[in-house]
Design a protein around this ligand. Structure first.
Ligand SMILES: Nc1ncnc2c1ncn2[C@@H]1O[C@H](COP(=O)(O)OP(=O)(O)O)[C@@H](O)[C@H]1O
Ligand SMILES: [Mg+2]
Length: 321
C-alpha cells in the first residue's frame, strides 16, 4: 500500500475541516480527491505532506508515519500545490538544479534526471528561459517536473489544472497519466472538476465538509446511479407516478428542472413522458460524477465551485486595490 490514511481529522476551533477520513491508495494508482471548494482537500494533502499537524488520526506514506517519521515522508513525496513556488528570476533548468541540491540528488544522476523531467512535461526547448517568460500552464508543468527530480514514491498535486484554459488542462491530463504509466508513480490529485476526476483517476474519493461520501472507480460510481439522467423542464411533474415506474431510480428537483435517474433512457423515455404530465423540454445524458455528487449531497458541485470562484475573485479584486 502506498498510502494508508486512518481516521485523519483536522479541526480549526469549532470547524472540522477534515473529518475522520480513512483511505488506502495502492502503488501506481492515480487517485482523485474530488470535492467542492472548502471540502477539505488541501487540508488533507497538507497533513499527508507534513505541512500541518493532524488533530487526530494517522497516516502512512510509503510505509512512513506522518507524525513520527516526517523526514522520511518528505523524502518520499513530491508536492505541487496551488500557489506557484518556482523562482521567476531563475531559468527553468536553474530551478531544477536548485531542487537537486536541496534534496541531495547525487551529482552523477542530476543531469539525466533533469533532462528526463523536462522531456516528460515537454519543456526541453524552453529549459534555459527565465521562468518569468512562462505561461501559467508552463509553470505548472515546470512544478511537476521539479517535483519528480528526487524520484518520489508519491506525487501530490493540489488542483493541478485550476486556472488553466480547457485545452491546456487536457494536455496536463496527458502528462499526469504518463507519470503513472512511465514511472509507476502513485499520484494523488485533488480537483473540483468532475470531468477531470472522471478522465484521470483510477479511483475517486468524493468528499464534502471533510467527510468521505463515496470511494470507487469513476465507472462504478456512475453505474451506481443506475443508468442515465433525463432532465425535464416543466412547471411540475407527477412525481408519484414517475417514481412508481420500475425503471426510475430517483428524482431530484433543481431550478425548475427535474433530474430523473433511470435505466436505459433510450428505451424507456416515452413511457416516462407518458406519466410525467406537461413537459416543456427534455435532455438526456449518461450519469456523470456530478450526478453522483448530487445524489450524496443534494447539491451540484458546480454551484459551489462557481460560488468559490466568485469569492476568490472578489478577494483578488480587493487585494489589488
Ligand atoms: N488555517 C485555517 N484556519 C481556519 N480554517 C481553515 C484553515 N485552513 C482551512 N480552513 C477551513 O477548512 C475548510 C477546508 O479547507 P480546504 O482544505 O482549503 O478546502 P479545499 O481545498 O477542499 O477547498 C474550509 O472551511 C476552510 O475555510
Ligand atoms: Mg484547496
Amino acid at each position: 500500500m502506498s498510502i494508508v490514511i486512518e481516521n485523519l481529522t483536522k479541526r480549526y476551533g469549532s470547524l472540522t475541516a477534515v473529518d475522520s477520513l480513512s483511505i488506502e491508495v495502492e502503488k501506481g494508482e492515480i487517485f482523485g480527491l474530488l470535492g467542492p471548494n472548502g471540502a477539505g482537500k488541501t487540508t488533507t494533502l497538507s497533513m499527508l505532506c507534513c505541512i500541518i499537524e493532524p488533530t487526530s488520526g494517522s497516516a502512512k506514506i510509503n510505509g512512513f508515519d506522518i507524525r513520527a517519521q516526517k523526514q522520511q515522508v518528505r523524502r518520499s513525496i513530491g508536492i505541487v500545490f496551488q500557489q506557484p513556488s518556482v523562482d521567476d528570476l531563475l531559468t527553468a533548468r536553474e530551478n531544477l538544479q536548485l531542487h537537486c541540491m536541496l534534496y541531495g540528488v547525487e551529482q552523477a544522476v542530476r543531469q539525466k534526471r533533469i533532462e528526463e523531467a523536462f522531456s516528460l512535461v515537454e519543456l526541453e526547448e524552453r529549459a534555459d528561459d527565465l521562468v518569468k517568460t512562462y505561461s501559467g500552464g508552463m509553470r505548472k508543468r515546470l512544478e511537476i517536473a521539479r517535483a519528480l527530480i528526487h524520484r518520489p514514491a508519491v506525487l501530490f498535486l493540489d488542483e493541478p489544472t485550476t486556472g488553466l484554459d480547457p485545452q491546456t488542462r487536457e494536455h496536463m491530463w496527458g502528462y499526469i497519466e504518463r507519470l503513472a504509466q512511465e514511472i509507476q508513480m502513485t499520484v494523488v490529485l485533488t480537483t473540483h472538476y468532475m470531468e477531470e476526476a472522471d478522465a484521470l483517476a483510477d479511483r475517486v474519493c468524493i468528499i464534502d465538509h471533510g467527510k468521505k461520501i463515496a470511494l470507487e472507480t469513476p465507472s462504478k460510481l456512475k453505474a451506481q446511479m443506475g443508468g442515465d439522467v433525463v432532465y425535464v423542464q416543466a412547471k411540475s411533474i407527477d412525481e408519484k407516478k414517475v417514481r412508481a415506474l420500475p425503471f426510475v431510480r430517483g428524482i431530484e428537483k433543481k431550478d425548475g428542472r427535474f433530474a430523473i435517474t433511470m435505466k436505459d433512457a433510450g428505451k424507456n423515455l416515452q413511457k416516462l413522458l407518458g406519466k410525467a404530465g406537461a413537459v416543456e423540454s427534455v435532455d438526456v445524458r449518461p450519469a456523470s460524477l456530478n450526478d453522483v455528487f448530487i445524489k450524496y449531497t443534494g447539491k451540484s458541485i458546480r454551484e459551489e465551485e462557481a460560488a468559490g470562484d466568485y469569492w476568490t475573485r472578489v478577494a483578488n479584486v480587493n487585494k489589488n486595490d
